[in-house]
Design a protein around this ligand. Sequence first.
Ligand code: 2AM
Ligand code: CA
Length: 280
Amino acid sequence: MEAQLLMDNIEREILSNRLRSWILQAGKIIREKINDPLVVSTKSNPKDLVTEMDREVEFFFASKIKRFYPHHLLLGEEGYGHSELNKTDTIWIIDPIDGTMNFVHQKQDFAISIGIYHQGIGEIGYIYDVMNNNLFGALRGNGAYKNNVKLPSLEKDDLSLDESMVSFSHRWLMKNNFVNERTMQQLVRDVRGVRSYGSAALGFARVAEGALDAYITMRLEPWDIAAGRIIVNEVGGITTDVRGKEIGLLERSSVISAHPAIHERLVKRYLRRAIKRGVR
Ligand code: 2AM
Ligand code: CA
């Protein structure tokens, strides 16, 4: 059975190598078409964008999975996946373009994000920063890599809040339904710097490489989280919801992914105090 073979190291490596080459191929297609005219539609709200490219890239991976791994399941943002998902099987969780607003307006700072889970455990994660041609990847237990260079573990360094770089959306600093803006303003005062990039996947990738010490967001979908948390976990970073609880594989959730020295402090001192009812 394919599902069992995934746990086998050699099979997992073959799958990972295949996936890496497919991701690079998809990235090349995106770069070649980056200046083509775009048809942009909106989904859940006027700021939630989707393009033909989001669909084309997801279809590309859905076709590969169907051909090479017909027993595997797919959960994808654009709807090419299976409607019935079973956590015990092998599931590919795909965001074909994470950061669609950046893709449309900046033509950079978006990523292909793919996590593969077997029996609920994250085995393979890839995040591809398409325009910079930076590929972040991890196999569970083997560490995380950026372009084939192993990323150092975060665990050995200590880190204080006043030397930390954190990332969250500017909207949490205005009056909003998710968090108390004053507590978030205090967080801005207490850390060294705040950045907002507009792609969850690249937020996770930057935490993994140490460019950010924490990425915080109040609402993400499973495909925004799936690859990132595998990669961050492999360098010793911690990913939970903003209460500090584990995030279910197929659930929408708030997220804090952070350096192990500051994760608990951010949760206890700021996020638990800041969140309003209704935040998951
Ligand atoms: P997307 O571009 O794949 O939709 C922007 O701050 C980040 O949040 C992006 O990673 C974006 O992913 C994600 N995002 C945008 N709208 C969202 C929504 N309604 N729910 C969850 N995540 C969303
Ligand atoms: Ca997307």
